[in-house]
Write a protein that binds this ligand. Structure first.
Ligand SMILES: *Cc1c(COP(=O)(O)O)cnc(C)c1O
Length: 367
């Protein structure tokens, strides 16, 4: 039996009747765009996070772009973000007309190295976008301190970290705006693309809602130019069903991580994930480091176990950023880790038998 990196089918099989009837209702009521299922999801999501506003959008890339647009970020501005992330985080900065300023990751938790932020702040800096990568929150205490000192906005990229917490505070609610993705493989995933933005700021919320809907809150009353970025009714109805299980699935992810930890700690040649004592890590991914990465991938693959690399090339070294002309020394941690990081299968339904099997193969190979 194959063990995939992420198994979306097993989750569907457990909630099939609820999902199927939710989809059928949307079609019966032709509630395809906007409408009651979208309203219901936004209100449930805001309630779960304890925030005033949730505005759903088409995906977790638009949510970053729209957040920056309504904060007035554009040409001539700089936005600080982290060198190891999915490209959405930086490409949306460029898309606004601003310039991404990358910061290396700190060695223990794969998140932005907050000790290196201040030296990169200039008169052009407008915002910081920390990424709660793999489900581990960035150091929000320090980030908010710096933001306050230099009068910067903070947009949290929470695409991989639904329900994660920093010092007991749920992520997405610490900065000015929290940006979420509901891509199918994320901790809360739709059956297509989806995204969401949360904030306690009424004025931001209204601007976001307007911008994501052609600049209009009321049909045909276009106050500004915006774009079409909406969550469709079918995805909202599916997410409404799945939202009820999110905490339970998160607990299961944490349990899977602790099974791996028990089996893989103190094994020579492997670094297991570390968790900051201020962090509630929701394990979107379980990432180890080993200098035998490529041969290990091969062995696992021969045993029908899939793995991933997040990410094979740090953002500044992608072809897309060749024009910024960075060298390996600019982001030494991201650069050296990119050859060693390995994402093992991680999803709530993984069982002890499977985790054991995976771990045994790894241990045997590294002996
Ligand atoms: C998935 C992801 C996004 C983008 O989300 P989409 O919904 O796929 O557009 C942004 N940032 C990070 C860190 C992600 O993992």
């Amino acid at each position: 039996m194959k063990i995939p990196l992420v198994d979306l089918k097993i989750q569907y099989s457990q909630i099939k009747s609820e999902i199927d009837s939710a989809i059928k209702n949307v079609i019966d009521e032709t509630a395809f765009i906007k409408g009651k299922y979208v309203d219901e999801f936004e209100s449930n999501y805001a309630k779960l996070f304890g925030v005033k506003h949730c505005i759903s959008v088409a995906n977790g890339t638009d949510s970053l772009f729209i957040s920056m647009k309504i904060l007035g970020i554009g040409s001539g501005d700089e936005v600080i973000t982290v060198a190891n992330s999915w490209i959405s985080t930086s490409e949306t900065i460029t898309l606004t007309g601003a310039k991404p300023i990358f910061i290396d990751i700190e060695p223990n938790h794969y998140t932005i190295d907050v000790s290196k932020i201040e030296e990169k702040i200039s008169s052009k800096t407008k915002a910081i976008i920390p990424v709660h990568l793999f489900g581990h929150p960035a150091n929000m205490t320090k980030i908010m301190e710096i933001a306050k000192k230099y009068n910067l906005k903070v947009i949290e990229d929470c695409a991989q970290a639904h329900l994660a917490k920093w010092q007991g505070k749920i992520i997405g609610t610490i900065g000015d705006i929290g940006s979420f993705s509901f891509f199918p493989g994320k901790n809360l995933g739709a059956y297509g693309d989806g995204g969401g933005i949360i904030t306690n700021n009424d004025s931001y919320a209204e601007k976001i809602r307007m911008f994501a809907n052609h600049g209009a809150l009321v049909k045909h009353a276009h106050k500004i130019e915006g774009m079409n970025s909406r969550l469709d009714g079918m995805q909202a109805a599916i997410l409404n069903v799945k939202l009820k299980y999110l905490q339970q699935w998160t607990d299961q992810r944490i349990k899977v991580a602790s099974m791996y930890n028990n089996l893989l700690s103190n094994i020579n040649g492997i670094e297991i994930p570390k968790v900051n004592s201020n962090a509630y890590h929701v394990f979107h991914l379980y990432v180890i480091r080993t200098n035998q990465r490529n041969s290990l991938i091969k062995t696992l693959n021969n045993n029908n176990i899939s793995t991933g690399i997040h990410y094979p090339t740090p953002l500044p070294y992608l072809d897309a950023y060749k024009y910024l002309d960075y060298s390996k020394n600019d982001f030494p941690i991201s650069s050296s880790y990119s050859d060693n990081i390995l994402s093992l299968p991680m999803y709530p339904e993984l069982n002890m038998e499977q985790v054991s099997k995976i771990s045994k193969i790894i241990i045997k190979k590294l002996k």
